[in-house]
Write a protein that binds this ligand. Structure first.
Ligand code: GDP
Length: 315
Protein backbone atom coordinates (compact mmCIF):
# COMPACT_ATOMS: atom_id res chain seq x y z
CA UNK A 1 0.00 0.00 0.00
CA UNK A 2 1.35 3.41 -0.91
CA UNK A 3 2.05 6.07 1.65
CA UNK A 4 -0.76 8.21 0.25
CA UNK A 5 -3.19 5.36 0.74
CA UNK A 6 -2.21 4.98 4.36
CA UNK A 7 -2.68 8.70 4.93
CA UNK A 8 -6.11 8.67 3.35
CA UNK A 9 -7.16 5.66 5.41
CA UNK A 10 -5.98 7.39 8.58
CA UNK A 11 -7.83 10.54 7.64
CA UNK A 12 -11.07 8.67 6.99
CA UNK A 13 -10.70 6.75 10.25
CA UNK A 14 -10.09 10.01 12.14
CA UNK A 15 -13.11 11.65 10.48
CA UNK A 16 -15.27 8.70 11.46
CA UNK A 17 -13.86 8.94 14.96
CA UNK A 18 -15.26 12.45 15.21
CA UNK A 19 -12.24 14.63 14.39
CA UNK A 20 -13.46 17.92 12.86
CA UNK A 21 -9.95 18.56 11.55
CA UNK A 22 -9.97 15.33 9.60
CA UNK A 23 -13.41 16.15 8.14
CA UNK A 24 -12.15 19.62 7.21
CA UNK A 25 -9.12 18.18 5.46
CA UNK A 26 -11.24 15.75 3.47
CA UNK A 27 -13.57 18.52 2.33
CA UNK A 28 -10.60 20.68 1.39
CA UNK A 29 -9.43 17.84 -0.85
CA UNK A 30 -12.85 18.05 -2.55
CA UNK A 31 -12.65 21.85 -2.90
CA UNK A 32 -9.16 21.58 -4.34
CA UNK A 33 -10.19 18.79 -6.72
CA UNK A 34 -7.27 16.81 -5.36
CA UNK A 35 -6.04 13.77 -7.27
CA UNK A 36 -6.23 11.93 -3.93
CA UNK A 37 -10.04 12.10 -4.03
CA UNK A 38 -10.06 8.85 -5.93
CA UNK A 39 -8.64 7.11 -2.86
CA UNK A 40 -10.76 9.12 -0.47
CA UNK A 41 -13.98 8.08 -2.18
CA UNK A 42 -12.85 4.48 -2.30
CA UNK A 43 -12.02 4.52 1.42
CA UNK A 44 -15.39 6.11 2.24
CA UNK A 45 -17.43 3.74 0.11
CA UNK A 46 -18.23 1.12 2.79
CA UNK A 47 -19.49 3.84 5.11
CA UNK A 48 -21.84 5.90 2.95
CA UNK A 49 -25.61 5.78 2.51
CA UNK A 50 -26.73 6.34 6.09
CA UNK A 51 -27.05 10.10 6.32
CA UNK A 52 -30.36 11.83 5.68
CA UNK A 53 -29.48 14.62 3.26
CA UNK A 54 -31.69 17.65 3.77
CA UNK A 55 -31.58 20.59 1.36
CA UNK A 56 -32.67 24.00 2.57
CA UNK A 57 -33.29 26.82 0.19
CA UNK A 58 -35.07 30.16 -0.14
CA UNK A 59 -34.47 33.80 -0.93
CA UNK A 60 -31.84 35.78 0.99
CA UNK A 61 -33.26 37.18 4.21
CA UNK A 62 -35.95 34.54 4.58
CA UNK A 63 -34.15 33.06 7.58
CA UNK A 64 -32.12 30.13 6.25
CA UNK A 65 -29.19 30.74 8.53
CA UNK A 66 -31.44 31.18 11.58
CA UNK A 67 -33.49 28.11 10.67
CA UNK A 68 -30.41 25.98 10.13
CA UNK A 69 -29.15 27.02 13.51
CA UNK A 70 -32.46 26.14 15.13
CA UNK A 71 -32.73 22.86 13.25
CA UNK A 72 -29.22 21.86 14.28
CA UNK A 73 -30.15 22.54 17.89
CA UNK A 74 -33.27 20.41 17.57
CA UNK A 75 -31.43 17.54 15.89
CA UNK A 76 -28.63 17.66 18.43
CA UNK A 77 -31.18 17.43 21.23
CA UNK A 78 -32.36 14.23 19.54
CA UNK A 79 -28.78 12.93 19.71
CA UNK A 80 -27.99 13.22 16.00
CA UNK A 81 -24.64 14.23 14.55
CA UNK A 82 -25.18 17.00 12.03
CA UNK A 83 -23.05 18.23 9.16
CA UNK A 84 -23.91 21.52 7.45
CA UNK A 85 -22.74 22.61 4.02
CA UNK A 86 -23.50 26.19 3.01
CA UNK A 87 -23.25 26.65 -0.73
CA UNK A 88 -23.89 29.62 -2.95
CA UNK A 89 -24.15 28.37 -6.52
CA UNK A 90 -24.81 31.83 -7.90
CA UNK A 91 -21.43 33.18 -6.83
CA UNK A 92 -18.94 30.35 -7.07
CA UNK A 93 -15.96 32.65 -6.80
CA UNK A 94 -16.86 34.28 -3.53
CA UNK A 95 -14.45 32.05 -1.65
CA UNK A 96 -17.03 30.87 0.85
CA UNK A 97 -20.48 32.11 1.74
CA UNK A 98 -20.95 34.11 4.88
CA UNK A 99 -23.80 31.92 5.96
CA UNK A 100 -21.82 29.03 7.35
CA UNK A 101 -19.44 31.38 9.05
CA UNK A 102 -22.29 33.10 10.80
CA UNK A 103 -23.57 29.79 12.09
CA UNK A 104 -20.12 28.63 13.01
CA UNK A 105 -19.74 31.66 15.24
CA UNK A 106 -22.91 30.84 17.08
CA UNK A 107 -24.35 28.15 19.30
CA UNK A 108 -22.54 25.12 17.99
CA UNK A 109 -18.95 26.28 17.92
CA UNK A 110 -17.79 23.94 20.65
CA UNK A 111 -20.00 20.96 19.83
CA UNK A 112 -18.06 18.10 18.21
CA UNK A 113 -21.36 16.61 17.00
CA UNK A 114 -21.79 19.51 14.58
CA UNK A 115 -19.61 20.31 11.61
CA UNK A 116 -20.30 23.44 9.55
CA UNK A 117 -18.60 24.39 6.33
CA UNK A 118 -19.08 26.98 3.61
CA UNK A 119 -18.33 25.60 0.20
CA UNK A 120 -16.53 27.44 -2.53
CA UNK A 121 -15.88 25.92 -5.91
CA UNK A 122 -12.66 27.87 -6.58
CA UNK A 123 -13.89 28.08 -10.13
CA UNK A 124 -12.85 24.79 -11.65
CA UNK A 125 -14.13 21.43 -12.80
CA UNK A 126 -17.78 22.33 -13.02
CA UNK A 127 -17.80 24.15 -9.71
CA UNK A 128 -20.28 23.29 -7.03
CA UNK A 129 -22.15 20.80 -9.20
CA UNK A 130 -18.99 18.77 -9.05
CA UNK A 131 -17.93 19.39 -5.48
CA UNK A 132 -21.18 19.48 -3.48
CA UNK A 133 -22.20 15.83 -3.90
CA UNK A 134 -18.68 14.78 -3.01
CA UNK A 135 -18.69 16.92 0.10
CA UNK A 136 -22.03 15.34 1.04
CA UNK A 137 -20.38 11.95 0.54
CA UNK A 138 -17.54 12.93 2.88
CA UNK A 139 -19.94 13.95 5.65
CA UNK A 140 -22.08 10.86 5.11
CA UNK A 141 -19.02 8.62 5.21
CA UNK A 142 -17.72 10.43 8.29
CA UNK A 143 -20.81 9.22 10.12
CA UNK A 144 -23.03 12.29 10.31
CA UNK A 145 -26.66 11.24 10.72
CA UNK A 146 -27.98 14.32 8.98
CA UNK A 147 -26.33 16.47 6.32
CA UNK A 148 -27.97 19.86 5.87
CA UNK A 149 -27.18 21.55 2.57
CA UNK A 150 -28.09 25.22 2.45
CA UNK A 151 -28.32 26.94 -0.87
CA UNK A 152 -28.89 30.52 -1.84
CA UNK A 153 -30.98 31.71 -4.76
CA UNK A 154 -33.65 29.25 -5.85
CA UNK A 155 -34.05 28.79 -9.57
CA UNK A 156 -31.35 31.29 -10.40
CA UNK A 157 -28.58 28.90 -10.98
CA UNK A 158 -27.81 26.17 -13.43
CA UNK A 159 -26.79 24.14 -10.44
CA UNK A 160 -29.91 22.71 -8.87
CA UNK A 161 -28.39 21.57 -5.66
CA UNK A 162 -31.87 21.05 -4.26
CA UNK A 163 -32.01 18.02 -6.55
CA UNK A 164 -29.24 16.39 -4.54
CA UNK A 165 -31.18 16.15 -1.31
CA UNK A 166 -33.34 13.33 0.04
CA UNK A 167 -35.64 15.95 1.53
CA UNK A 168 -35.81 19.54 0.29
CA UNK A 169 -37.07 22.31 2.54
CA UNK A 170 -38.22 25.50 0.87
CA UNK A 171 -38.37 28.56 3.10
CA UNK A 172 -40.69 31.51 2.69
CA UNK A 173 -41.46 34.41 4.97
CA UNK A 174 -43.94 37.27 5.08
CA UNK A 175 -42.95 40.53 3.49
CA UNK A 176 -40.76 39.05 0.79
CA UNK A 177 -42.94 39.01 -2.31
CA UNK A 178 -44.67 35.94 -0.96
CA UNK A 179 -46.75 33.63 -3.08
CA UNK A 180 -46.32 35.27 -6.43
CA UNK A 181 -42.58 35.22 -5.98
CA UNK A 182 -42.80 31.56 -5.05
CA UNK A 183 -44.65 30.61 -8.19
CA UNK A 184 -42.24 32.57 -10.34
CA UNK A 185 -39.17 30.90 -8.97
CA UNK A 186 -40.64 27.49 -9.70
CA UNK A 187 -40.35 26.41 -6.10
CA UNK A 188 -43.70 24.65 -6.11
CA UNK A 189 -42.05 21.70 -7.80
CA UNK A 190 -38.96 21.32 -5.67
CA UNK A 191 -40.17 21.38 -2.05
CA UNK A 192 -40.86 18.31 0.05
CA UNK A 193 -41.62 20.45 3.07
CA UNK A 194 -42.54 24.15 2.87
CA UNK A 195 -41.51 26.27 5.81
CA UNK A 196 -43.14 29.61 6.49
CA UNK A 197 -40.62 31.28 8.77
CA UNK A 198 -41.17 34.44 10.84
CA UNK A 199 -44.59 33.20 11.92
CA UNK A 200 -44.39 35.85 14.64
CA UNK A 201 -44.82 38.51 11.98
CA UNK A 202 -47.94 39.94 10.36
CA UNK A 203 -48.71 38.30 7.08
CA UNK A 204 -47.41 34.83 7.93
CA UNK A 205 -50.90 33.33 7.94
CA UNK A 206 -51.57 34.83 4.52
CA UNK A 207 -48.36 33.36 3.07
CA UNK A 208 -49.33 30.02 4.51
CA UNK A 209 -52.83 30.17 3.05
CA UNK A 210 -51.63 31.20 -0.40
CA UNK A 211 -48.96 28.56 -0.43
CA UNK A 212 -51.40 25.86 0.68
CA UNK A 213 -53.87 26.73 -2.06
CA UNK A 214 -51.15 26.83 -4.72
CA UNK A 215 -49.85 23.46 -3.58
CA UNK A 216 -53.37 22.03 -3.67
CA UNK A 217 -53.79 23.20 -7.25
CA UNK A 218 -50.55 21.59 -8.38
CA UNK A 219 -51.20 18.30 -10.14
CA UNK A 220 -49.67 15.32 -8.37
CA UNK A 221 -49.86 11.68 -9.35
CA UNK A 222 -51.65 9.12 -7.18
CA UNK A 223 -49.54 8.08 -4.19
CA UNK A 224 -47.24 11.08 -4.54
CA UNK A 225 -45.97 12.92 -1.49
CA UNK A 226 -48.13 15.91 -0.58
CA UNK A 227 -45.77 18.56 0.75
CA UNK A 228 -46.89 19.98 4.09
CA UNK A 229 -46.61 23.64 5.03
CA UNK A 230 -45.06 24.19 8.46
CA UNK A 231 -45.04 27.56 10.16
CA UNK A 232 -42.12 28.33 12.50
CA UNK A 233 -40.40 31.26 14.10
CA UNK A 234 -36.78 30.18 13.90
CA UNK A 235 -35.45 33.10 15.85
CA UNK A 236 -37.43 32.21 18.97
CA UNK A 237 -37.13 28.47 18.29
CA UNK A 238 -40.91 28.21 18.00
CA UNK A 239 -42.42 25.03 16.52
CA UNK A 240 -39.12 23.53 15.40
CA UNK A 241 -40.45 20.21 16.66
CA UNK A 242 -43.19 20.44 14.04
CA UNK A 243 -40.56 20.91 11.38
CA UNK A 244 -38.48 17.92 12.49
CA UNK A 245 -41.68 15.85 12.64
CA UNK A 246 -42.54 16.79 9.03
CA UNK A 247 -38.97 15.94 7.98
CA UNK A 248 -39.21 12.55 9.71
CA UNK A 249 -42.54 11.87 8.03
CA UNK A 250 -41.05 12.62 4.64
CA UNK A 251 -38.11 10.38 5.40
CA UNK A 252 -40.48 7.52 6.27
CA UNK A 253 -42.40 8.07 3.04
CA UNK A 254 -39.13 8.04 1.07
CA UNK A 255 -38.31 4.63 2.53
CA UNK A 256 -41.77 3.14 2.13
CA UNK A 257 -42.35 4.35 -1.42
CA UNK A 258 -38.93 3.40 -2.78
CA UNK A 259 -38.30 7.04 -3.62
CA UNK A 260 -35.18 7.20 -1.45
CA UNK A 261 -33.45 4.73 -3.70
CA UNK A 262 -34.51 6.67 -6.81
CA UNK A 263 -33.25 9.94 -5.37
CA UNK A 264 -29.94 8.40 -4.45
CA UNK A 265 -29.54 6.97 -7.91
CA UNK A 266 -30.23 10.46 -9.25
CA UNK A 267 -27.60 11.93 -6.93
CA UNK A 268 -25.05 9.27 -7.89
CA UNK A 269 -25.82 9.91 -11.54
CA UNK A 270 -25.01 13.60 -11.09
CA UNK A 271 -21.77 12.69 -9.39
CA UNK A 272 -20.65 10.21 -12.02
CA UNK A 273 -21.57 12.58 -14.81
CA UNK A 274 -19.82 15.55 -13.21
CA UNK A 275 -16.65 13.51 -12.68
CA UNK A 276 -16.75 12.13 -16.23
CA UNK A 277 -17.32 15.57 -17.75
CA UNK A 278 -14.48 17.00 -15.65
CA UNK A 279 -12.21 14.17 -16.81
CA UNK A 280 -13.10 14.92 -20.43
CA UNK A 281 -12.54 18.62 -19.93
CA UNK A 282 -9.16 18.01 -18.37
CA UNK A 283 -8.12 16.43 -21.67
CA UNK A 284 -8.33 19.74 -23.44
CA UNK A 285 -7.88 22.14 -20.58
CA UNK A 286 -4.70 21.13 -18.81
CA UNK A 287 -3.49 24.72 -18.99
CA UNK A 288 -6.71 26.69 -19.09
CA UNK A 289 -8.58 26.16 -22.33
CA UNK A 290 -6.20 27.43 -25.00
CA UNK A 291 -7.12 24.66 -27.41
CA UNK A 292 -10.84 25.31 -27.02
CA UNK A 293 -10.29 29.05 -27.57
CA UNK A 294 -8.36 28.32 -30.74
CA UNK A 295 -11.06 26.02 -32.09
CA UNK A 296 -13.83 28.44 -31.11
CA UNK A 297 -12.05 31.23 -32.99
CA UNK A 298 -11.87 29.01 -36.06
CA UNK A 299 -15.61 28.22 -35.82
CA UNK A 300 -16.48 31.91 -35.36
CA UNK A 301 -14.32 32.84 -38.35
CA UNK A 302 -16.11 30.27 -40.50
CA UNK A 303 -12.93 28.22 -40.93
CA UNK A 304 -14.37 25.23 -39.12
CA UNK A 305 -17.78 23.94 -38.06
CA UNK A 306 -18.65 23.09 -34.44
CA UNK A 307 -18.79 19.31 -35.00
CA UNK A 308 -15.39 19.20 -36.64
CA UNK A 309 -14.04 21.40 -33.84
CA UNK A 310 -15.54 19.15 -31.14
CA UNK A 311 -13.96 16.11 -32.82
CA UNK A 312 -10.64 17.92 -32.85
CA UNK A 313 -11.03 18.79 -29.18
CA UNK A 314 -11.69 15.22 -28.12
CA UNK A 315 -9.30 13.64 -30.60
P1 GDP B 1 -30.91 34.13 5.36
O1 GDP B 1 -30.33 35.24 4.56
O2 GDP B 1 -32.00 33.44 4.61
O3 GDP B 1 -29.89 33.17 5.89
O4 GDP B 1 -31.65 34.80 6.61
P2 GDP B 1 -31.15 35.01 8.11
O5 GDP B 1 -31.23 33.73 8.87
O6 GDP B 1 -29.84 35.72 8.11
O7 GDP B 1 -32.30 35.95 8.66
C1 GDP B 1 -32.59 37.20 8.06
C2 GDP B 1 -33.20 38.11 9.11
O8 GDP B 1 -34.45 37.61 9.54
C3 GDP B 1 -32.34 38.25 10.33
O9 GDP B 1 -32.35 39.60 10.76
C4 GDP B 1 -33.03 37.36 11.34
O10 GDP B 1 -32.81 37.79 12.65
C5 GDP B 1 -34.48 37.50 10.95
N1 GDP B 1 -35.28 36.33 11.33
C6 GDP B 1 -34.95 35.01 11.20
N2 GDP B 1 -35.91 34.22 11.71
C7 GDP B 1 -36.87 35.04 12.19
C8 GDP B 1 -38.11 34.81 12.87
O11 GDP B 1 -38.53 33.68 13.12
N3 GDP B 1 -38.85 35.91 13.16
C9 GDP B 1 -38.43 37.17 12.89
N4 GDP B 1 -39.23 38.19 13.22
N5 GDP B 1 -37.26 37.42 12.29
C10 GDP B 1 -36.48 36.37 11.94
Amino acid sequence: MSRTNVEVDDLVAAARGGSPRAVARLISLVEDASPRLREVMSALRPHVGHAHVIGLTGAPGVGKSTTTNALVRELRAAGKRVGVLAVDPSSPFSGGALLGDRIRMSDHATDAGVYIRSMASRGHLGGLAWSTPQAIRVLDGAGFDVVLVETVGVGQSEVEIAGLADTTLVLLAPGMGDGIQAAKAGILEIGDVYVVNKADRDGAAKVRRELRSMLTLAARPEGAWRPPVVAIAAQSHTDLDKLTAAIEEHRAWLDDSGTLRQRRIRRAREEVEAIAVAALRSRWEPQGGGRLDELAAAVAAGESDPYAAADALLG
